[in-house]
Design a protein around this ligand. Structure first.
Ligand SMILES: C[S@@+](CC[C@H](N)C(=O)[O-])C[C@H]1O[C@@H](n2cnc3c(N)ncnc32)[C@H](O)[C@@H]1O
Length: 259
């Protein structure tokens, strides 16, 4: 499963606007100057840029992904970061030594419950915090409405629960599931909405998003996907879309940095 760098670049400003400012600020403080931060599924490094935009300085980033093309871009954009190529599915091999904070964005909806449990076991063992931003939450709304919006959303959500390389994906329940797992280990967990609100200025992003949603719904067996996409594309200039996400911050037990 590849992630197009053009799509990642297009969504980055919407992601930046959507991130919950309070949780991002707390995550930046948890990283602190001089702390080591491991970004899982880093793409081209959007989380580093979000942290820098929120005032982070001096953190030592390890950028982890399996896509050599995305990592090559990340290396150019963030020459000071350590670039790590590997498979996230191999939790025991993740370079977590000395890491104070693990970050991820737009990743936790791809992974399975088992994957989160195994990651949480490693993080709690060494007292590492987690900031997992922008997990899709299953809610999509459009204006103007279309009679098939709800059916498309249901089909898309079913597709989101398919295997993305980690076993059955958490999809829309990602943040809730991760919050429960980390809370059960004594972490202080905070969640906050980080929905995209997309208008006519984001027409190009919306066009690609509609195509992706329609393709997933079609793959899930929905016959009306193409017609829905065509009708939605016609009204891009007059409406908006709201795509639900959730940010999560989990601070380990006994950490003086808990709120
Ligand atoms: C939706 S993208 C998010 C990228 C980046 N965090 C962002 O917000 O722009 C998911 C990222 O996870 C990476 N990824 C997916 N499965 C992976 C795996 N098994 N091992 C390592 N990276 C993986 C992809 O290459 C991609 O960069």
């Amino acid at each position: 499963m590849g992630f197009d760098p053009g799509w990642l670049a297009l969504r980055e400003p919407a992601d930046r606007a959507a991130r919950d400012a309070t949780l991002l600020r707390r995550a930046v403080a948890l990283a602190g100057p001089g702390g080591s931060v491991l970004d899982l599924g880093c793409g081209t490094g959007s989380t580093v840029r979000a942290f820098e935009g929120a005032g982070a300085t001096g953190a030592h980033w390890r950028l982890f992904d399996n896509d050599a093309g995305l990592l090559a871009r990340a290396a150019v954009l963030h020459p000071e970061a350590a670039i790590c190529q590997g498979d996230l599915a191999e939790i025991d091999a993740l370079p977590l030594e000395g890491v104070r904070l693990v970050t991820a964005s737009a990743l936790f909806d791809l992974v399975s419950r088992d994957w989160v449990e195994r990651l949480a076991a490693r993080l709690v063992a060494q007292g590492t915090a987690l900031y997992a931003a922008l997990s899709y939450d299953g809610v999509m709304r459009w204006s103007p409405e279309d009679a098939e919006d709800a059916a498309i959303t249901a089909q898309f959500n079913a597709h989101q629960r398919g295997n993305k390389g980690f076993g059955a994906a958490l999809g829309p329940s990602a943040a809730e599931t991760a919050a429960g797992i980390f809370a059960s280990l004594g972490y202080e967990v905070q969640c906050a909405p980080s929905s995209w609100r997309l208008g006519p200025q984001e027409a190009e992003m919306q066009r690609l998003l509609l195509a992706g949603i329609a393709q997933a719904a079609a793959e899930a067996g929905y016959a009306g996907a193409e017609g829905w996409q065509t009708r939605r594309a016609r009204v891009l200039a007059e409406g908006w879309a709201e795509i639900g996400h959730i940010d999560l911050l989990a601070v380990p037990p006994g950490d003086g940095r808990r709120a």
